[in-house]
Ligand binder design. Structure first.
Ligand code: P6P
Length: 280
């Protein structure tokens, strides 16, 4: 695992430079959902793939920006699903973005995730490694230095309600309204990585990307985005559900499957479960 962490550190330093100097324009190609890819998406993906292809402990990799799994070393131990630059369109307006890595054994699915790593590219570059606990590192003088462990409070103060509000179910809208009426503060940038990083560092709250009329299975990808953060939130003392159960019990049938997802502290997630179990 250490060589994978070092590889992600090396890739992140290169991606930081790419964000600062790269062309943020559109490429000529599309991703698996037909969205036009940004040049940043493709170039950050190439950086990561080139580095991972030399790591002996990696058996195979799959990128959110590509359609197929790539075999690296048949004797490798780990499978890595990664989103090379989530929220890349936010670079154009100088907001924070991030990379997300899910590290699996035997197969790409929820029950086989063994670790997750995300990197936030903001005013500072920070990497959060989840194995048995949640450790945060910061890029200082060209090296990642350990800063702190991350633990969530039982109850938080922040609310990050994702997706198009006019596509919410009435009971989801009521839930979000009730949470705001209880004094939670709105914190939503449209970047999953910085939005969840903020909730983790500020003691907790709720991030939701529910099933909506335009996206009945949610928007966020199971392998590349949701499962890695679900592991982090659970190891930090919080929860991650799809409205009914842990997202780490959601079955995967295709590498680009999505799922509705709620990440947060115990109090907020139990509130979601209570509302959803009554209405779904
Ligand atoms: P919406 C970015 O495109 C992303 O995949 C996540 O980083 C983010 O949480 C979500 O989409 C934002 O989606 O529909 O709220 O704009």
């Amino acid at each position: 695992m250490q060589e994978i962490i070092k590889a992600i550190e090396e890739a992140s330093i290169k991606i930081k430079h790419l964000i600062e100097t790269g062309d943020t324009g559109k490429s000529q190609s599309e991703n698996s959902t037909g969205d036009t890819q940004l040049k940043l998406d493709i170039e950050s993906d190439e950086i990561i793939e080139n580095i991972f292809s030399k790591i002996p402990s990696i058996k195979a990799i799959v990128s959110e920006e590509q359609d197929s799994i790539k075999n690296i070393n048949e004797n490798g131990e780990y499978l890595i699903a990664y989103d090379p630059l989530d929220g890349s369109s936010l670079v154009d307006v100088n907001l924070s973005v991030g990379s997300i890595y899910g590290i699996y054994k035997n197969d790409f699915n929820a029950k086989n995730i063994v670790a997750s790593i995300y990197v936030v590219f903001g005013p500072r570059v920070e990497m959060v490694v989840t194995i048995d606990d949640v450790k945060m590192y910061r890029l200082l003088g060209g090296e990642f230095k350990f800063i702190q462990n991350i633990k969530l409070n039982e109850k938080g103060k922040l609310n990050a309600p994702g997706s198009t509000q006019n596509c919410w179910t009435p009971f989801h809208k009521q839930l979000i309204d009730d949470i705001f009426n209880d004094g939670y503060r709105l914190r939503y940038s449209g970047g999953m990585v910085p939005d969840l990083h903020q909730i983790l560092l500020k003691g907790g709250g709720l991030f939701s990307y529910p099933s909506t009329s335009d996206r009945p299975k949610g928007k966020l990808r199971q392998l590349f985005e949701v499962f890695p953060f679900a592991l982090t939130f659970e190891k930090a003392g919080g929860m991650a559900v799809d409205g009914e159960k842990r997202v780490l019990e959601v079955p995967t049938t295709h590498i680009h499957d999505t799922t509705a997802c709620f990440f947060g502290s115990q109090v907020e997630i139990n509130r979601v479960l209570e509302v959803y179990r009554k209405n779904v």
